[in-house]
Design a protein. Structure first.
Length: 429
C-alpha cells in the first residue's frame, strides 16, 4: 500500500531534522581508518552505534572453509581481512510487512600518495556541498544512511512492521566474501538495499570481477652481461600485451550481452600493481603483476579464470624465453560473477515511488562495470537486490568526495522505501 501524503511529508522532514547528526556521524566514519585488514575499530564503532539504538546484535567471523566450498566464494590470500561482520536486527511487535536487508561495507581502498590530496585523506573536510575523504562516497555515507533512514522513522514515533537487518561487512573491495558470509550465516529477507554511490540511479546490471597475479621469473646476471640473462620485468610487459588482446576480444562480445551492447568498453582489465627486481644493477630475476578484469553477467568465474590461465600459457609458448620459463597465474581475490536485476519487481516499484518523491524525477537505471555486493543477494539469496545511492566524485581516486545534498535526498528516498516496503507500526503500542 502506498504511503499517504501526510506520512510522506513527516518522513521527509524527519530526515531533514536529523541530517546534521547524520553528517557528523559520517565524518566520524570517514575519520576512522579502515583499510583492508584494519576494519576492527570501525566495525566496533558500528556495533556500538546499532546497539545503542536497541537493536539485537550479532557479530561473527568469516568461515574460510565454508566460503571456499561455495561457488560464489572468492580466493583467500594472506591479505584477507579477519575483521568481523556486524548485524543489527530490528524485530517488530507484529510481522505484517516485508522484511529487508540494509547492507554497507566499511573497508576502503588505499589512499594513494597523500601529497596529491588537497587535504589529508581522512580529514572528512566539508567544502560547500562536498565531504572529502577516502571512503566518503564508497561507501561510508551509505553506511550512515542505513542507520539514519531508520532513525527518521523513530523520530516520528514509527518503526518498520517487519524484520530489518542492518549489515556492515568487510572485504567488499577485495573479495566480496563478507557479504557471502552473511548468506552462509543464514541471513536473508524479502529484498536487499545497498546505498553504494550510484549517482541517484538504480544498478540494472553489474559485471563480475576476477583478481589474479602473473608471476614471471627471469635469469639474474650483472648488467654488464645483460645479454646472457633474461629480464623478468621485460618479459612481464610482454605478458601484459597478450592480456590486453584478451581484453579486446572480450569487449567485442558485448553485443551478446543485454545492458552492455551500447557501452564503449564494458570489460576493463586493470594492471593495478607491478613489482619486481632487487637491485638497479642486476637484471631482475622476478616480476609479479597484479591484475583485475571484469566479466559479463552469466559467465562462470571458473571458466573465465581457466581462459586467463590458458591465454598466458599459450602466449608463453610463443615467447623465446617464457616458453622455457612459463609464468604462473595465481588467483588471489575476487572470483565473483555478475548479475542482472530484472525489471518488474515490487521492490523496484516501491523504490521508484520513493525516489520520485524525494528527488523529484523518475528513477533511472544503468549498468556499472565494477563489483557490487548485490551480486550475492541476486545470485544466491535470489531476492530483489537494489543498489542505489548518492552522487560522488573520484571514488578510489584522489580527493574522493560525496555530495551532502544528494546524501540527504537518498536518505529520504530510503526512509520512504522502508516505510512502504516494510510497513510501519507505532513504537509504543
Amino acid at each position: 500500500m502506498t504511503l499517504d501524503p501526510d506520512l510522506k511529508s513527516r518522513i521527509l522532514q524527519a530526515v531533514e531534522d536529523g541530517f546534521a547528526e547524520q553528517v557528523s556521524f559520517t565524518q566520524q566514519l570517514v575519520q576512522t581508518p579502515s583499510l583492508r585488514g584494519h576494519e576492527h575499530a570501525i566495525q566496533d564503532l558500528l556495533f556500538r552505534s546499532l546497539q545503542s539504538r536497541g537493536y539485537a546484535m550479532d557479530r561473527f567471523k568469516m568461515d574460510r572453509a565454508a566460503i571456499e566450498a561455495h561457488p560464489g566464494g572468492s580466493k583467500y590470500s594472506e591479505d584477507h581481512s579477519d575483521a568481523p561482520i556486524v548485524v543489527g536486527i530490528h524485530r517488530p511487535r507484529d510481522e505484517t510487512g516485508r522484511s529487508l536487508i540494509l547492507q554497507s561495507h566499511l573497508d576502503v581502498v588505499p589512499e594513494g600518495l597523500h601529497d596529491m590530496w588537497a587535504d589529508p585523506p581522512l580529514s572528512a573536510k566539508i567544502d560547500g556541498d562536498w565531504m572529502y575523504g577516502r571512503g566518503a562516497g564508497d561507501m561510508k555515507a551509505g553506511a550512515a544512511a542505513n542507520i539514519f533512514a531508520l532513525d527518521a522513522l523513530r523520530r516520528i514515533g514509527l518503526q518498520p512492521a517487519a524484520t530489518v537487518y542492518v549489515q556492515s561487512v568487510v572485504e567488499e573491495e577485495s573479495t566480496g566474501n563478507g557479504a557471502l558470509q552473511t548468506f552462509l550465516q543464514g541471513y536473508t529477507a524479502d529484498a536487499v538495499f545497498i546505498p553504494e554511490p550510484e549517482e541517484e540511479m538504480l544498478v540494472r546490471a553489474n559485471t563480475g570481477v576476477i583478481w589474479f597475479q602473473v608471476q614471471v621469473r627471469g635469469v639474474p646476471v650483472h648488467v654488464r652481461e645483460m645479454g646472457e640473462g633474461a629480464n623478468a620485468i621485460d618479459a612481464a610487459t610482454r605478458v601484459m600485451t597478450a592480456l590486453r588482446e584478451m581484453e579486446e576480444e572480450w569487449n567485442a562480445e558485448k553485443r551478446e550481452h543485454p545492458h552492455f551492447e551500447d557501452e564503449a568498453h564494458p570489460i576493463n582489465l586493470n594492471i593495478g600493481k607491478i613489482e619486481g627486481g632487487d637491485w638497479a644493477s642486476s637484471v631482475p630475476s622476478w616480476c609479479n603483476i597484479d591484475c583485475r578484469v571484469s566479466i559479463y553477467p552469466g559467465r562462470n568465474a571458473e571458466d573465465a579464470a581457466r581462459e586467463i590461465t590458458e591465454r598466458v600459457k599459450a602466449f608463453a609458448q610463443t615467447d623465446n624465453f617464457l616458453s622455457n620459463n612459463p609464468p604462473k597465474v595465481v588467483f588471489n581475490g575476487f572470483h565473483a560473477e555478475g548479475y542482472v536485476l530484472e525489471p518488474g519487481s515490487e521492490a523496484e516499484e516501491v523504490l521508484e515511488r520513493a525516489h520520485e518523491e524525494a528527488i523529484g524525477a523518475p528513477l533511472q537505471s544503468f549498468m556499472t562495470a565494477g563489483y557490487l555486493d548485490t551480486r550475492v543477494y541476486a545470485l544466491y539469496n535470489k531476492i530483489p537486490a537494489l543498489c542505489y545511492g548518492p552522487k560522488s566524485r573520484n571514488i578510489h581516486g584522489i580527493n574522493e568526495s560525496v555530495s551532502l545534498s544528494s546524501v540527504k535526498k537518498i536518505t529520504q528516498a530510503m526512509a520512504l522505501f522502508i516505510a512502504e516496503w516494510c510497513g510501519t507500526e507505532d513504537i509504543t503500542p
